[in-house]
Design a protein around this ligand. Sequence first.
Ligand code: ZN
Length: 390
Amino acid sequence: MEKRYKFRIYPTQAQEAQIQKNFGCCRFVYNYFLAKQIERRKLSKENSEYAGLHDTTKELPRLKRTAGYEWLSEADSASLSYALCDLDNAFKKFFKNVKRAQAPGFPKFKSKKWQLKSYRCKNRPGRKADHHSSIEVGKNQVKLPKLGWIKCAVSRAVEGRILSASVIQQPNGKYFVSVYCTDVNHSALHKTNMVTGLHLGVKNLVTTSDGEQFANDRYLKKSQAKINRLRRQLSRKPSDSKRREKARKRLADAFDKVSCQRTDALHKLTTKLVRQYDVICVRESQVSEMMRNRVFSKHLSDANLGEIIRQLSYKCQWYGKTLVKVNKLSPSVQICSGCGYKNTLLKPHHQEWNCPECGLCHKRGINAAVNVLNEGLRLLESNNVIDCRE
Ligand SMILES: [Zn+2]
């Protein structure tokens, strides 16, 4: 199985300069070839004129030898190839969307400002057993191509075979390395013979069909006043000044804190669920549709419901558990889990209701979770579901 390990790195001044050079060269290569593709499209007005990855890869060494572009050789060459892959993937996604008649999303130029900066580098294993490979993780340091050993907070042992690594700089200036490994063995967690259905929401992040509720801590809401204050401070600073840069970093730090709090809470939540249950049923993500609601969208993005499903699906795969995704159109909140009566009068603010048919008293979230569980078990029995372990 594949796994990513993300660690914070502390480059020296020289290493930082080289990292920035790599960011810049990758961005340049991406933008240069994107501009070329746009030019080709303008001349022909047909997608058939698209130069694929094969052509751009052949053109890159020629560009490096051209007078005025020699500085491209100073960057890690594999990372430039990866930039071409990224561009090719962006175009493939665009063509696919055009075919499906969805909003196409034409590839955009990469900007130097206000973007997460990153580049990827490839691990070249040593040719002989005693040779070193180009990416290695040591005790408190990590080795990367063109950079050598960098001080690194290695918080856990890296298992498996290293394929590649990404170097990332967040808007608040912190550097991270993300090491991508394959052939990682996960020992399955012991079986508990428990099944559950989940109802995801904004007030309670997760309600299980057993009645357990995990409250939404709303980290963004808690930090909103501070973020607003920092935004006002930033807007008052003169452009291109040192004080503006400092204020920008402070704002980015505040956002980073919210993001860290949220990630930490979600990981704890999903790990607990995967440990506790053998089969977890969850409704397929409706998040993108719900995000269209402008009142809800801010709270929803703070809750990050899509991330819960993503984490559950890979953790179930790692630890030998089963995740059943129930169709998003299947009945949930309005249906009585006891008799199947549909209560069309139920409004979003109704937290409790009595079924007029069978008289059961329902709590909104728990009733919905039980419905998800019933639908999930039905799917499992009819073998209509893809087992996550396969
Ligand atoms: Zn009923």
